[in-house]
Ligand binder design. Structure first.
Ligand code: KE4
Length: 430
């Protein structure tokens, strides 16, 4: 079934930690061995053994147009003919900065980097420099890349400072990060009372995607915005997933809230390595060489990534794209929910637009604690059964699935039919 993948995984396991270049790809949350991919086209992946899958993982979010969109491939080919990297400014970087600013009015200045991690760590450094403060606030279950200050788990009490969430993170640094439950108003108020006027930044996924998909409670983001305003804390919206995904202007367009800084990634690179951070000119003008806050990158603004991103955004600006993404997302979510109900499986499907998560719990799922109530063993069986039927979900209960403009109604119908069978199969136990 997947002999070549298995052989490649054996080789990879002797060459790379866990046999992968990013942990979640290793399938440890779902069992079995990772599938090695040979190609992607539209909504489909083909693995090295020739098995085809309808892809709902979409490279963890970037491929909102699906794989190898012909116009994106054409744009990349045109750039390839002129060079791949110059380490110097290019006209296309200016174009992408204009498009980002047009889509995100809060982003008066922007800096392109090479990953979401780079974007968030740079935004935090800038917030600390601008406020002269060291403490930061983040939310349990939100992930912002692997910067030391962000690999921190909640301390013992809600308002106590953080503990390292990975070996190698200095305790002294972790103690500067406070982690509170997402969507928890009381914890938010307590944090800002206990550490009044001490937070340099509050960093949040305005729609969480890394505990599975969890939308903000009504008025939660508004309260966070007013508390940060009152106390001179830099509000950073991590829109690496949601930027250009849930709306062309991201979650801040959807909810009408302007953060001080925004981080972006994924979609703006169209599948190539990219990240960005930006916001108020009064903040961003502190970034080198305009100001003293240092940040740099050999491949920042890389012409290939910028070309793929520009073409992706151009296509997203065409009429009807977000209505189509909404319709596909709604069709998948309702199909999964109906299948679970008829199979008598406890399922809560959270969705905003084209990002969704089927949580194997009665729900509701509003934060990390309720997400952890999920029957992850059931999810693992469901994932593997779906995979064998040619449907590729993200290999973890605590990740977000996506649909793209390349998915057809038939693709969704196929996934819903397969899921209906897999609810029953997975329900029969391991
Ligand atoms: P990267 O450094 O992986 O480009 O971006 C980090 C990041 C920042 N902010 C948010 C909201 C993110 O979701 C991410 C990365 N997302 C994960 C999956 N949820 C990437 C997949 C992986 O780690 O392999």
């Amino acid at each position: 079934m997947r002999q070549k993948s298995e052989e490649l995984f054996r080789q990879a396991s002797e060459l790379m930690p866990g046999g992968v270049n990013s942990p979640v790809r290793a399938f440890r949350a779902v069992g079995g061995e990772p599938v090695f991919m040979a190609s992607g086209r539209g909504a489909y992946l083909t693995d090295v053994d020739g098995n085809q899958y309808v892809d709902f993982m979409l490279s963890w979010g970037p491929l909102i147009l699906g794989h190898c969109h012909p116009e994106v491939v054409e744009a990349l080919a045109a750039v390839l003919a002129t060079g791949t990297s110059f380490g110097a400014s290019t006209p296309s970087e200016v174009e992408l900065a204009v498009e980002i600013r047009n889509a995100f009015p809060s982003v008066e200045r922007v800096r392109l980097v090479n990953s979401g991690t780079e974007a968030t760590l740079s935004a935090l450094r800038l917030a600390r420099a601008a406020t002269g403060r060291d403490k930061i606030l983040k939310f349990e279950g939100c992930y912002h890349g692997h910067a030391d200050s962000l690999l921190v788990k909640a301390g013992s009490g809600v308002a106590t400072l953080g503990l390292p969430d990975s070996p190698g993170v200095p305790k002294a640094l972790a103690e500067l990060t406070l982690t509170v439950p997402y969507n928890n108003f009381e914890a938010l108020e307590e944090a800002f009372q206990t550490h009044r006027n001490q937070f340099a930044a509050a960093l949040v996924e305005p729609i969480a995607g890394n505990m599975g998909m969890v939308p903000p409670r009504p008025r939660f983001l508004e309260r966070l915005r007013s508390l940060t305003e009152e106390q001179g804390t830099v509000l950073i919206f991590d829109e690496v997933i949601t930027g250009f995904r849930v709306a062309y202007g991201g979650a801040q367009e959807l909810y009408g809230i302007q953060p001080d800084l925004t981080t972006l990634g994924k979609v703006i690179g169209g599948g190539l390595p990219v990240g960005a951070y930006g916001g108020k000119a009064s903040l961003m003008e502190r970034v080198a060489p305009a100001g003293p806050v240092y940040q740099a990158g050999t491949l920042s603004g890389n012409p290939l990534a910028v070309a793929a991103g520009l073409k992706t955004l151009e296509i997203l600006r065409r009429p009807g794209t977000y209505a189509r993404l909404e319709a596909l997302g709604a069709k998948l979510a309702s199909g999964l929910a109906e299948g679970a109900t008829s199979a008598k499986v406890s399922l809560t499907v959270n969705r905003v637009g084209s990002m969704l998560t089927p949580f194997f719990t009665a729900g509701p799922v509003t934060d990390y604690a309720s997400a952890r109530e999920c029957d992850t063993a059931f999810f693992a069986r469901f994932f593997r059964a779906l995979l064998d039927k040619g449907i590729y979900l993200p290999p973890s209960q605590f990740e977000t699935a996506f649909v793209s403009l390349a998915h057809s109604d038939e693709d969704i119908d196929k996934a819903v039919r397969a899921a209906a069978e897999c609810f029953k199969e997975a329900g029969k136990g391991s």
